[in-house]
Write a protein that binds this ligand. Structure first.
Ligand SMILES: C[S@@+](CC[C@H](N)C(=O)[O-])C[C@H]1O[C@@H](n2cnc3c(N)ncnc32)[C@H](O)[C@@H]1O
Length: 205
């Protein structure tokens, strides 16, 4: 996977993304947002906001900034923002591994079904830490590689094929956390078969 191929794959998905990945992953998005512990007037960043499926789930009393690589995904998000009059949301086309925001801009950061789609997840997590305030909540909502050797063997085997359709299946949560110095504060199993996790970390800087 590289940035160009990720952008191309998700641009191709944009018209059908909500149909495929909308309802089935909705409960995970809701749990992820709960784990952000949003307070009045908080400034929230969502990296890889895509078509903005999670945007209507945020409380109206916070400000949300969404970034994504794909202009076509963002166009779908823009439609939702207009339709649902989400006046507290702004979106930008931006690479989440090289964001234009200053250090400590956001109170919390949401990465919903994002971190396994990035070619360099460690770089993305470091960048998330940089733009998030110390003590802020960082939530990774994602599928991570199983601890079960049999299942993880299968996940490693199919990962190269899955990369071609936009995500990897062999991302090791603990390796990611070790390399970025992040620690788990809360973790919940979500979606069908509890196969996905909503992981809350507190930004220790
Ligand atoms: C699986 S989608 C998730 C979309 C949305 N968060 C959701 O809940 O459905 C992953 C999104 O991350 C975006 N993405 C991948 N790598 C990125 C990067 N480096 N910077 C910004 N967005 C990225 C893709 O374009 C895609 O829209």
């Amino acid at each position: 996977m590289n940035i160009e191929s990720v952008e191309r794959v998700y641009s191709n998905y944009s018209g059908v993304y909500d149909l495929i990945f909308g309802k089935i992953f909705e409960s995970g998005r809701e749990t992820g947002i709960e784990l952000l512990d949003i307070k009045e007037d908080d400034n929230i960043l969502e990296v890889g906001v895509g078509t903005g499926l999670s945007l209507p789930c945020y409380p109206r009393y916070c400000k949300i900034v969404g970034v994504d690589l794909s202009a076509k995904m963002l166009k779908e998000a823009e439609k939702k923002i207009k339709e649902k009059r989400l006046v507290n949301v702004r979106i930008h086309k931006m690479d989440a591994t090289r964001m234009e925001f200053e250090d400590n801009t956001f109170d919390s950061v949401m990465a919903a079904y994002f971190i396994s789609t990035v070619p360099d997840p460690v770089k993305a997590a470091h960048e998330i830490k940089r733009v998030c305030k110390k003590g802020g909540r960082i939530v990774f909502l994602n599928h991570f590689m199983s601890k079960n050797k049999f299942i993880s063997g299968f996940e490693k085997m199919i990962s190269p094929v899955c990369c071609k359709i936009g995500f990897r299946t062999d991302l090791d949560l603990y390796d990611l956390l070790n390399k970025t110095g992040l620690k788990i504060n809360k973790k919940e199993k979500v979606n069908f078969f509890n196969y996905w996790k909503a992981v809350q970390c507190i930004n220790n800087k």
